[in-house]
Design a protein around this ligand. Structure first.
Ligand SMILES: [Zn+2]
Length: 467
């Protein structure tokens, strides 16, 4: 029973902060929805169109509504005056490829060319570069490109089939009103020349939009640009998680608290918990530590646990993966010397032979003197993988593919450090200590770049994180 509980705890504790981490890794890459209280976003694709775009701009002006136009490069080229007018009237201009073609049908290099060409056209008209991109039909197939890109991908949270004329203005109005709420990103079209659309469909859209803007005014809702909506969302990171995700996290944290109680975990700094630990018998396979000592089943070890609430808060508050890594490293530096001191001065722990922990944060721990090892293949390792896949599926529909790209980051590993090493590196009063305590750990440039890659859009365009 205790072993089962332990498994459950491990599985839950590694991933307790994953929603935050995933938001860091994937969440900023694609924007779908805001967290505003009084704002929503109107976005128009496929234009500009010489007939309907001017009418739309008139309408938006009348209601003092700001919108985002994802223009097709070739259309912008034909109607620069309309792009200029969008810009002059305070709307945001984004890219919707040079020709309206799915990214599935193009190689990443071609997609990049399409984007760059359109960016150039927009720049030549407005004098400003854009960093917002919406792929045709929302089909994102440019993972490789996006990794190195400065562009932010903007999708939507509500679409209505407005590209079809037969939907009619009444039904369209109804559909739009049912989705009219703060934070919604509405997808509409101001041009009907795309394959699958009807030429005069935007006429219905304009009728419906006027009614929706009227109602929005009554509700105190304002349409804003996507960049403003993203900025507001990034300023309120705690709101990035949906209610259901927060509920899941809360459940995790309750489980965490229960575990702490049942297993009587000690906390290194109770006022600012980061590391918890307990004295127990080692249960894993025989392993040789860096100093040549062998740990086998039954040996006493100090088992480490991160504070999940703290990790979760850290991941929410960090602006980037690098930032998160730095915070974690600083907390480790802060806690390890105290831990060494506490363990050394606890007679009940005098026969402990190693620090032991299981974690998925397996890139940095070597710097602290830990040996990092693969988890033994078995029920636990399998269960964590299944769980992770499941979680990724819930969090993002294409999560599985994305997971492959970062798989090595999310694999649980075993950490081990001999007591000898702990004392030498961290103990204050050890006479055999060789180094001054709290040696500062630096992130190598390589590591930093790697972490940065993971984060791309999150840091692109924003100032470097203060450390
Ligand atoms: Zn389109």
């Amino acid at each position: 029973m205790q072993t089962l509980l332990l498994w459950l705890f491990y599985i839950s504790s590694f991933y307790a902060f994953i929603p935050g981490l995933i938001t860091r890794i994937f969440g900023f890459r694609v924007f779908r929805r805001g967290t505003s209280e009084h704002e929503f976003a109107l976005t128009f694709d496929d234009g500009p169109d010489p007939v309907y775009t001017p009418k739309l701009l008139d309408l938006l002006k009348r209601y003092d509504a700001k919108a985002t136009f994802f223009v097709v490069g070739s259309h912008a080229e034909q109607h620069p005056e309309l792009v200029k007018r969008m810009y002059d009237e305070g709307h945001l201009i984004g890219i919707h490829n040079y020709v309206h073609k799915s990214n599935w049908l193009m190689r990443p290099a071609t997609v990049k060319k399409q984007i760059m060409k359109t960016d150039k056209i927009i720049h030549s008209i407005t004098g400003e570069r854009t960093t917002y991109y919406r792929p045709p039909w929302g089909i994102v197939n440019l993972f490789d490109f996006a990794k190195k890109s400065q562009f932010k991908i903007v999708l939507w949270s509500a679409m209505f089939g407005d590209w079809r004329e037969k939907i009619g203005a009444d039904r369209l109005t109804e559909r739009m009103l049912s989705k009219l709420q703060p934070g919604v990103v509405m997808l509409l079209h101001d041009c009907g020349t795309t394959a699958g659309a009807n030429l005069d469909a935007p006429r219905q859209m304009l009728v419906a939009l006027e009614r929706v803007l009227e109602e929005a005014g009554r509700l105190g809702l304002q349409s804003i640009r996507i960049d403003d909506m993203i900025e507001a969302k990034e300023k309120a990171p705690e709101k990035q998680l949906s209610r259901s995700k927060l509920a899941t996290v809360k459940l995790w944290l309750m489980w965490d608290a229960l575990f702490h109680m049942v297993f009587r975990l000690k906390t290194v700094h109770p006022a600012d918990p980061f590391l918890h630990y307990r004295y127990r018998s080692y249960q894993g396979a025989k392993v040789t530590m860096d100093n040549g000592e062998v740990i086998s089943k039954g040996d006493k070890v100090i088992e480490l646990h991160f504070d999940n609430e703290k990790l979760f808060q850290m991941s929410l508050k960090s602006r980037s993966m690098v930032h998160l890594a730095i915070r974690m490293i600083r907390s480790m530096e802060h806690d390890l010397p105290s831990l060494a001191h506490q363990v050394m001065n606890d007679p009940k722990m005098s026969d402990a032979r190693a620090l032991y922990g299981v974690t998925m944060i397996n890139r940095g721990p070597q710097q602290f003197g830990f040996k990092v090892m693969d988890l033994e293949e078995g029920l636990f390792a399998r269960a964590t993988r299944i769980y992770l896949k499941f979680l990724m599926l819930i969090i993002h529909p294409s999560g599985q593919n994305r997971l492959k790209d970062h798989a090595e980051l999310l694999v649980p590993k075993v950490l081990l450090m001999s007591m000898d090493q702990l004392n030498r590196r961290y103990a204050d009063n050890g006479s055999h200590r060789q180094q001054p305590h709290a040696r500062r750990v630096v992130i190598s440039a390589d590591h930093e770049e790697e972490m940065h890659d993971l984060n791309l859009a999150a840091t692109a365009g924003s100032p470097p994180s203060a450390v």
